[in-house]
Design a protein around this ligand. Structure first.
Ligand SMILES: Nc1nc2c(ncn2[C@@H]2O[C@H](COP(=O)(O)OP(=O)(O)O)[C@@H](O)[C@H]2O)c(=O)[nH]1
Ligand SMILES: [Mg+2]
Length: 196
């Protein structure tokens, strides 16, 4: 019980800081969300230090600054477990871009990932935010979904097949450093209606 209270206090503190910092500068912000175990922390390690990091499940939001080309990005990784998911929406207000990481090799959890993704895509408050979906762990070849199969399971065709999509899907293996770079570039290059 105490640890939950401490965790909640940390989140409030973090959120206040994040809200303040994102409103006080023109830094571009990327929010990293997805179910637990999808590969968010691994991606953060790739982007920030270009190295593999093994870590405990993310307990509280972690923020990192990443320089890609001339662009400075503030990446915030919010945990993916149920308690943290309630806070995704709060953080989305302060973000201009979003990465949704999912484990394409864990077929049992694809419906759960889809459910969370749909909540974001259907949310009127975040409709102007470009979203990069990283379908991770395709190196698990025995179980990983192919792209067409995943599109079918996620039912995101409507978001992908438009002239100016605000959603992009990349099949990737973050631990092998494959398949996500183009997606990150796409995300950075999306023009944002917000004042940046
Ligand atoms: N096979 C495989 N495992 C990965 C890949 N990316 C991350 N993982 C592993 O998946 C587990 C969860 O990764 P993590 O980044 O902690 O997930 P998070 O809970 O979303 O932050 C770790 O054991 C990672 O090493 C990948 O591309 N392929
Ligand atoms: Mg994590």
């Amino acid at each position: 019980m105490w640890s939950v209270l401490t965790w909640m206090r940390d989140l409030v503190t973090e959120y206040t800081w994040f809200w303040w910092s994102s409103n006080s500068s023109d830094s571009r912000t990327i929010l990293l969300v997805g179910l637990d175990d999808a590969g968010k922390t691994t991606l953060t390690g790739r982007l920030t230090q270009n190295r593999l990091i093994q870590s405990a499940p993310t307990g509280k939001p972690s923020k990192h600054e990443v320089k890609i080309g001339s662009t400075l990005l503030a990446v915030t990784d919010i945990g993916g477990h149920a308690q943290a998911r309630r806070l995704w929406k709060e953080y989305m207000f302060a973000s201009t871009r979003l990465i949704f990481v999912l484990d394409a090799s864990n077929r049992q959890r694809i419906p759960e990932a889809r459910h969370e993704l749909m909540k974001i895509l259907d949310d009127e408050d975040v409709q102007s935010i470009p979203i990069l979906i990283l379908a991770n762990k395709i190196d698990n070849v025995a179980t990983a979904c192919g792209e067409q199969e995943l599109r079918y399971h996620l039912q995101i065709e409507n978001f992908l097949n438009v002239e100016d999509p605000r959603v992009k899907l990349c099949m990737c293996s973050i631990s092998r450093n494959e398949g996500f770079t183009d997606g990150i570039k796409w995300l950075i290059n999306q023009s944002i209606k917000a004042n940046e």
